[in-house]
Design a protein around this ligand. Structure first.
Ligand code: LLP
Length: 422
């Protein structure tokens, strides 16, 4: 369920017509519904209400401060993968005791920053990383809370670029070798072993890969407890998929039910790191048709948003539903929806059956709330687009449109070039 609906053939976000926002802020822009965001968070956390748990929103999915603030106000924590994400989360008042830090390439300065902040735990992905964290903690006179991120070698049956829990992926520590790594970790004086973690991939639309991973993880947790490790947290990562097209992923309540049944004997606090399932369908991209053109065998709709704004179709060939903001009566055509970037790979849809669009029409690209803005770039020197949040009958600009001056604000011409005579 989300709060983008058509009323009298006009797209409305909560109680605000999308066309009105477009008129006032210009296009393109990202648009989020506060109500959807909050409801998705609540549905997820309520599904786990009967066990101690922390929902650590995956900041990488959408790192806008207003979005993060919404999660934190609902009692959430965050899953971060960089110092920058930690900075954002702290800026909106996250409880450091609800921060987990994942990622295969944590730098020393990032580790120190997280240690000083006293985050809950690092999800550690290699022995070397663990040694570095131990050393950093020793230098700061602190103890680092950690979980080992184990790689359970489970196929999440999703796009290869976003599967992370297979042996061949760079992520985590091979589950077969993890017990031995936990034993070795005991010798590190500034490490507090708190838990076990895993994340198998993203946009997972079936329960079985999660359950398979959990089964392997549970076995490890039992072994660790037998050896008197004080395992207080089991972090099952994120990855629950959403409907972009016709996928039918399990509802968070089914996901929770299956996990809690399978994990009923694990006496610990569960951590989840959902991103997409919370924010994906809470956001759309609104763009305007610049031109249409047809060749002998193709129709093109050229819009003002490009792969620098939403890269998912170009990068993963992913599907985003597309509809006119003002529907009216339109005939159906088959077209490529393309952006202004100078690359053939710059498209939002390929050979898609769509309502026909005219120059000047507004287009809504759905399910763009996750990995939309966060993956945007300035390619082709295009200022990044604004983000807007609607709450009830008002909208708020939660990130301004970048200006041309922003584009060059970090650049400098060295003096030898200024002094050069032509
Ligand atoms: N935790 C960890 C350790 C992760 O690596 C990820 C996503 C998540 C949680 C959140 O996963 P989610 O619940 O959002 O599926 N850019 C790609 C997705 C990359 C996901 C990377 N890791 C896309 O646009 O589909």
């Amino acid at each position: 369920m989300n709060d983008f609906i058509y009323e009298n053939q006009q797209l409305i976000c909560e109680r605000v017509p999308v066309a009105r926002i477009a008129e006032e802020v210009g296009t393109p822009f990202y648009l989020y519904s506060y109500a959807t965001l909050r409801n998705h968070f609540r549905v997820f956390t309520e599904a786990f209400a009967r066990v101690p748990h922390i929902i650590c929103f995956a900041v990488k999915a959408n790192s806008n401060l207003a979005v993060l603030r919404t999660m934190i106000a609902e009692g959430g924590g965050v899953d971060i993968v960089s110092g920058g994400e930690l900075f954002r989360a702290l800026a909106v008042g996250v409880d450091p005791g609800k921060v987990v830090y994942s990622g295969v390439g944590k730098r020393v300065d990032e580790i120190e920053y997280a240690l000083r902040t006293k985050i809950l735990m690092f999800n550690v992905e290699s022995w070397q990383e663990l040694e570095v964290i131990n050393l950093c903690a020793q230098n700061l006179g602190l103890k680092a809370g950690i979980a080992l991120r184990v790689n359970p070698d489970v196929d999440p049956k999703t796009h290869p670029h976003i599967s992370t829990g297979l042996k061949e992926n760079k992520f985590g520590i091979d589950i077969e070798r993890s017990l031995e790594t936990y034993r070795r970790a005991k010798s590190l004086s500034h490490i507090d072993i708190k838990g076990v973690s895993c994340h198998i991939g993203s946009q997972v639309t079936r329960l079985s890969p999660f359950l398979e991973a959990l089964d392997r993880l549970s076995r490890l947790v039992r072994q660790l407890k037998e050896e008197a490790f004080d395992i207080r947290y089991v972090d099952l990562g994120g990855g629950l998929g959403i409907t972009y097209d016709s996928e039918a992923p399990p509802h968070p309540s089914e996901y929770a039910e299956a996990i809690l049944t399978a994990a009923r004997d694990l006496d610990c606090t569960f951590i989840f790191e959902p991103g997409r399932v919370i924010v994906g369908n809470a956001g759309i991209l609104v763009t305007k048709v610049l031109y249409t053109k047809s060749t002998d065998n193709k129709n093109f709709i050229i819009v003002d948003a490009g792969m620098n704004d939403l890269v998912r179709p170009s990068l993963y060939n992913s599907f985003h539903a597309i509809r006119p903001v003002l529907e009216g009566s339109r005939k159906e055509i088959v077209a490529d929806v393309v952006g202004p970037i100078c690359e053939s790979g710059d498209y939002l849809a390929k050979a898609r059956k769509l309502a026909s669009f005219e120059r000047g029409d507004l287009m809504a690209v759905f399910s763009a709330g996750a990995y939309g803005f966060t993956m945007a770039s300035n390619y082709n020197s295009r200022p990044r687009i604004p983000e807007i949040m609607v709450r009830d009958d008002r909208y708020y600009v939660i990130r301004q449109r970048e200006t041309y001056a922003d584009l060059i604000s970090h650049e400098e011409i060295p003096s030898f070039l200024n002094n050069e005579k032509s």
